[in-house]
Structure formats: structure tokens, C-alpha cells
Design a protein around this ligand. Sequence first.
Ligand SMILES: Cc1ncc(COP(=O)(O)O)c(C=O)c1O
Ligand SMILES: N[C@@H](CCCC[NH3+])C(=O)O
Length: 437
Amino acid sequence: MTVLIETTGAPWSATMRTTATGDVAIGGVPLAEIARRFGTPTYVIDETDVRLRCRAYKSALPDAEIAYAAKAFLSRAMASWMRAEGMSLDVCSGGELAMARSVGFPAQRIIMHGNAKTPAELQKAVDEGVGRIVVDNIGEINRLAALVPIDRRQKVLVRVTPDIEAGAHPKIRTAGEDQKFGLSIMSGAAGEAVSRVLRQPRLQLVGLHCHLGSQIDSVEPYELAARTLVSELARIRDTHHVVLPELDLGGGHGIAYLPGKEGLSPERFADSVLTAITERAAGLGLPVPRLIVEPGRAIVGTAGTTLYRVVAVKHGGSRTFVAVDGGMSDNPRPALYGARYAVRLAGRVSREGPRSFTIVGHHCETGDMIAEDVQLPADLRPGDLVALAATGAYHHSMASTYNLMGRPPVVAVHNNRARLLVRREVDEDLMRRDVGL
Ligand SMILES: Cc1ncc(COP(=O)(O)O)c(C=O)c1O
Ligand SMILES: N[C@@H](CCCC[NH3+])C(=O)O
């Protein structure tokens, strides 16, 4: 029986505790035990944390539809948890759709995205009966309409770009004029798409969509987007004499990656955005549209912890490098976005004071960094376990097999039990794909 003595707090997952023996446990399972059973590196996912976050959204936005953005992390268990929590699901590929449907996720609660949906993906979405398809370019309107059976109407949202720059890094901003997603309001492309969808008898336009970007921690860009899109709904009413019932403001809600930082809580989002929508709608004499939100990172980010084993400690130049058995193949975010993380020693207690280390990966790239200049006990040594916080979103889902390193497993912890959700990719998996000689 593991005795838990201390709560660790943000940015660590909800059930992380320090144990009486000095290890760290998540879901009541010590990380040393996880390393022993499943090896390292391993993604650990705290099921309680995921479920609590779904419930926090539901309680902050009881009248809204909460569609979890599957791109952050999807497995069969995750899709089942989302179904059980009454969430909807945002998918952006045939693969995500297939995974969701494989566990019977209700098609009506699926929203299909994509800036380059292939004909096969559109066909699959229609055949499966997904609730809404989000139109992202003019060309797909006719293509989609042609796929819908004569006796059906496919619900559609049009994704618009309101020319708002928000998001923690330029590579994750998606609502400005000069990027690939959506249809510009300013240029008239969005208006053109709306007219064309309305002319298609097999498509039913139900609302507008926008997604500003990711890891946004302030409410102002959302308020601005909400007002802009409600004004567009009024313009559509005035031009086409139709009142569209839905307003999808996408995801992007930020989380805390470092101690002392704050994400964008569902409550803060709800307070300001619902007010912005209601006031603008009242001002324009429009019924208040039903809000849809699509949080990904905010549902699963904090629930994830990556467990690595230290392979080498090396003093080089002005820094001390700690090389671990994973790296940019399980976490490309530092290299892509300069992401920073909280790290801690797991599996043993140290009485040494802290010193600065730079945690690097196993790959043949100088930029293969996991965490620069982090404080860990000075006696950190090969064989130690280190845990990296808030790696539930865009880690497993963005992992690669660079240097032919298999992707780590995903292990769920819940109520003192650890269970394998996704198994480790081993050399044989990588060999099996290679069929030519
Ligand atoms: C359309 C859409 N919805 C939702 C999300 C989820 O974003 P996040 O994980 O930042 O909440 C994304 C990804 O940024 C997206 O492209
Ligand atoms: N992959 C990005 C988020 C992109 C969101 C998808 N549009 C990240 O890890 O921060």
C-alpha cells in the first residue's frame, strides 16, 4: 500500500502525490513501479485529471457543446472516456474518425475538421453520419454536396478567420489573414462560402466556426472573436434571411506548463465569452446562438506526465547535460515552439540541494532538448527517473520514430491501478513496415 503524503499541485496532474518513501505517485501508482512494469520512456495519463477537466467545462458552460479536440491525444480509451463524460469530439482526419467510431463514439457528436480533407475523408464523414462538417475552402462545398445522399441534409459550419493574432507561438496561430486555415471575413471569402453552402439543398448551414490558435491564456481574443462572429451571423441574417443557430469558437485554451503560471480556466472563459456573445446578440436583435467550444490541450494536457530514465550526465561548456532515453521523437515541442517544462526527480529521495541541468534527448540533433536550465538535485545520476509535467496534449499524438526509436507506450493510472492503453513500438514493429528490399 502506497502512503501518500503531499499534494504536488500545478503544473502536475490532479492526483500526483509525494509518497511516504519519497517517490511520486499518480493515480495512487508510484512512478518507479510504472517504470519497472512498462519501461521508459513512458507517457503516463491520469484518468481522473481528464475526467475532472471535462466536468469543469460542463459545469462552467452547461448550455454549450464541449467537443474535445482529438488531435491533442486520442486512443480508444480516451474516446470512451469522452463518450462517457458526454463530450462531443472534434476530429481532423480519417484516422481520428476511425478511432472514435471503433469504440462506438456517436457520429452525431463528431465535428469533422480539416483544411485538406480528401475526397475519401469527406465520403467517410458522410457515410458515418458525422454531426457537422466544417467547410474550410470554397472548393469542398460542391464536392461535399455531391457526396450527400438525396434524402439527407449534411449539417455544415463554415470556418472563418476574423484576423485575430493569438496563440503562444507564431506556428500555432490560426486566425490571421496569412495562414492556411479557414476563410477570410475581410476578403469576402467567408461570405462567398456562406452563400454557396446556402445554395446547396443537401447542405444545411448551421453556424460559423473559428479557431484562433493554441495555448492562449487571455480572454480578450475570444471576446473579440465572439463579437466579430455574432456580427457576421447578423450580417448573414440581413443578407440571406436565415438565422444560424450555432457559434463554434474552437479551442486554444492555455494551461500551466510551469509552476506559478495560470492557464485559461473554463470559468474565466465562460464568464467573459458568454457576456460578449449575449451583449452583441442583444445589440443586433439576434437570438443568442448555441456555443460550441473545442478544447484539446485544456482537457488532456495536464493529465500527462512523461517518465524518462537518465542515461548519462555530462559537464560540457557552461552547462551540465542530462541525457535521457527519449527526446524529440516523443516530444518535439521544445524544438518546434521553444516550449518549456517543469521536471522532477522520481523514484528516490535526494538530500542534495538543487543545481541547474539541461535535459537532452537521445537523438542525433543538437536541438534535441527536453528542458533547458531546470533545477534538479545535484546528485542526479544515470539510472534515475525524471518526470516531465503537462505532456498529455500533443506529445503522444505528435511523436515520431526518428532514428528508428519506437514510440513510447501510454499507460493510464486510476484508483491505484495502472493499465496499458497503447503499447510501446518495438524494433519488430518498425521492421514490419519495411516491406521492400
Ligand atoms: C479547429 C481546432 N479546434 C480545436 C483545436 C484544439 O486546440 P487546443 O488543443 O489548443 O485547445 C485545434 C488545434 O489547435 C483546432 O485546430
Ligand atoms: N501542436 C501544437 C498545438 C497545435 C494545435 C493544433 N491546431 C502544440 O503542441 O502546442
